[in-house]
Design a protein around this ligand. Structure first.
Ligand code: NAD
Length: 479
């Protein structure tokens, strides 16, 4: 058996009592490695080490923080094929997507290396004579990071990099399904010289490690990405323990296709957005809201393109779509497909597939002839499943698009400047795409949603500073 990958606490690879095998969902005989399963005591030790490290890190020259993050970003890019291969094996997305995600994580580290040098404040004249006011930003202290499995390197990167850039110490608990990528980030931070205790990794279960983080009085803030259900729990606990918190959660993202859309472009955006990464993206469109004039042509072309998708082992370069992440998620997807058979007029695709290697494979599913009030159109499925909802005109499309408890991303395909402009203004989502898939974002601009999808400050880009720092207002009398 390979050596167990351990938690990183106080700069040391920590002793462990329990471990868990990390299995490849594309091939259940392939074990990526054995990973330590942490405990409440590990969280306590990580917090103690972060407390010791905080003052020196918070007051370190921004050049020091820049150099660390920049080095991590460079090493990650240099090793992107190797890291991407591990990511594809543990999560199941195609190798090209996994390498792309690794490159994105590298860009994020390098962007926030620069942000460490660009911290600004304000100097404001007082309303009283001879008084000057400075508004400066300070780190929060110890930041707890809780991440999901579907972007196992990019999401940890876009939380760790800004937290460290702005002088915080970090404890991260990655999803227990995908510890390998977070472990690689920990290895890179050690290799690049992160001071002991500044960055801590505690792998393990949400109900144990995550819960211990939420309860710990010395963790100042929690940044969470995951499901709505867990997010609500995180919010309640953080309120009780007086922590700052930020939540990124689920979506039920609409993609509007108007009669004047470029059909090929619209179908390509829908196929890519809804089914690539096995539909396991919070920004994937799952409700295609299609105007009546283009509806039949859209459905026919979608079916034609869906049959061309190759489903299989993500390491095979001819494969477009890998497996579902685990058995539980596959069962949940298949249950929604059964529900769709009752709710929708027609279900195209969606069958479980058995390949030579044993894995959790499923064909993408399209639910045709649906209405927005159906459960399949209100609940997040988080698999390669999308519905078609036929509408009269733009006004009805907009109403349906916004008629959801979520508000992460929304898209429109149209050649009309008028409707594109109206939709950008009238959509109730945090991110709006015109003639593009709803999934696929840049790292130097804000990321986040509205309504049930998100809570708190935006992530990424220059806006990340809002969450990871707190402002201080200082008055100086100079009379
Ligand atoms: P999840 O909520 O099951 O788990 C997320 C994280 O929370 C994991 O690390 C888990 O171990 C931890 N956790 C579970 N119980 C906990 C507890 N009691 N206390 C503290 N931590 C706990 O979500 P998931 O299945 O890993 O991810 C899929 C979900 O993530 C989907 O709903 C998807 O839409 C969402 N997601 C959202 C975004 C976004 O930016 N909006 C991005 C990616 C994924």
């Amino acid at each position: 058996m390979s050596e167990v990958k351990r938690n990183l606490i106080a700069g040391q690879w920590a002793e462990f009592t329990k471990s868990k095998s990390n299995k490849n969902p594309a091939d259940l005989t392939d074990i990526i490695g054995e990973y330590a399963v942490g405990s409440e005591q590990d969280v306590n030790a990580a917090v103690a080490s972060a407390k010791n490290a905080f003052n020196a890190w918070a007051t370190a020259s921004p050049q020091v923080r820049h150099d660390l993050l920049d080095k991590v970003g460079n090493l990650m890019a240099a090793r992107s094929q190797e890291i991407g291969t591990i990511l594809a094996r543990e999560e199941g997305k195609s190798l090209a997507e996994a390498v792309g995600e690794t490159m994105r994580a590298s860009q994020v580290f390098k962007f926030f290396a620069g942000e460490a040098l660009r911290m600004t404040g304000d100097n404001i004249a007082s309303i009283r004579p001879n008084i000057n006011i400075d508004v400066t930003r300070e780190p929060l202290g110890i930041v707890g990071i809780i991440t999901p499995w579907n972007f196992p390197i990019a999401i940890p990167a876009w939380k760790i990099a800004p937290a460290l850039a702005f002088g915080n110490c970090v404890i991260i608990k990655p999803a227990d399904l995908t510890p390998a990528c977070a472990h690689i980030i920990a290895e890179l931070l050690v290799e690049c010289g992160a001071p002991d205790g500044v960055f801590n990794l505690v792998m393990g279960r949400g109900s144990v490690v995550g819960e211990a983080m939420l309860n710990h009085p010395d963790i100042a803030a929690i940044t969470f990405t995951g499901s709505v259900e867990t997010g609500k729990h995180v919010a309640l606990k953080c309120t009780e323990t007086h922590k700052k918190f930020q939540l990124e959660m689920g979506g039920k993202n609409p993609m509007v296709i108007l009669d004047d859309a470029d059909l090929d472009l619209a179908v390509a955006a829908c196929i890519n957005g809804a089914f690539y990464s096995t539909g396991q993206r919070c920004t994937a469109p799952s409700r295609f809201i299609v105007q009546k004039g283009i509806h039949d042509a859209f459905v026919a072309k979608m079916k034609q393109e869906m049959t061309k998708l190759t489903i299989g082992n993500p390491l095979d370069s001819t494969v477009n779509i890998g497996p579902v992440v685990n058995e539980q998620q596959l069962k949940s997807n298949l249950a929604y497909i059964e529900l769709a058979k009752q709710e929708a007029d027609e279900v195209f695709g969606g069958e479980q597939i058995n390949l030579d290697q044993q894995g959790y494979y499923q064909r993408p599913a399209l639910f045709i002839g649906t209405t927005n009030d159906m459960r399949i159109n209100q609940e997040e499925i988080f698999g390669p499943c999308a519905s078609v909802i036929k509408v009269e005109d733009y006004d009805e499309a907009l109403k349906v698009a916004n008629d959801t408890g979520f508000g992460l991303a929304a898209g429109i395909c149209t050649q009309s400047l008028k409707y594109a402009t109206k939709f950008k203004r009238q959509s109730e989502a945090g991110m709006v795409m015109v003639n593009l898939p709803t999934a696929g974002v840049d790292y130097h601009v804000p990321f986040g949603g509205r309504k049930g999808s998100s809570y708190g400050a935006r992530e990424q880009g220059q806006y990340a500073v809002e969450f990871f720092t707190i402002v201080k207002t200082a008055y100086t009398f100079a009379g």
